[in-house]
Design a protein around this ligand. Structure first.
Ligand SMILES: [Cu+2]
Length: 148
């Protein structure tokens, strides 16, 4: 019995994809190089299809996407408190995410998957989030200024 050509093609393309897809780690920390209550690295550039693992280096944090500040139609995520969560970025663009209990302390992060095609929209809408911060008010703006 011979393997059908379409199946071979499917197999090859999925192999190619998994060979190219990279994995990244973001730590959730009480203290990092950007100050207290941070994701590290806070600005992460990945390829579409890559996977990001959020690791609870310190307890009491989570990582969850902010749908209003993500590419249209992207799959969001919501990690449990103190638990690792892994997500695969399925849509191109800029994603903002937060630690829910420390969002007001600007515990937020930025992932850019592929091209930052929605950067203008994100920059236009980010000040609404920054306005909820009671400390580190400039942090998100600083992160976004690192995005090309
Ligand atoms: Cu936190």
């Amino acid at each position: 019995m011979s393997i059908k050509p379409w199946f071979t093609a499917l197999l090859l393309s999925s192999c190619t994809q998994s060979a190219l897809a990279a994995e990244h780690i973001v730590q959730m920390k009480n203290k990092g190089s950007d100050g207290t209550m941070v994701f590290e690295p806070a600005v992460l550039k990945v390829a579409v299809g890559d996977t990001v693992h959020f690791e609870p280096s310190d307890p009491g944090h989570n990582a969850e996407s902010i749908p209003a500040l993500s590419p249209a139609g992207a799959t969001g995520w919501k990690g449990e408190m103190g638990q690792k969560v892994s997500i695969t970025l399925d849509k191109e663009g800029v994603y903002l995410y937060q630690c829910l209990p420390h969002s007001i302390m600007a515990m937020v992060g930025v992932i850019v998957a592929g091209e930052a095609s929605n950067l203008a929209e994100i920059k236009a809408n980010a000040p609404a989030l920054s306005s909820t911060f009671v400390m580190n008010k400039d942090r998100l703006q600083g992160y976004l200024s690192q995005v090309q």
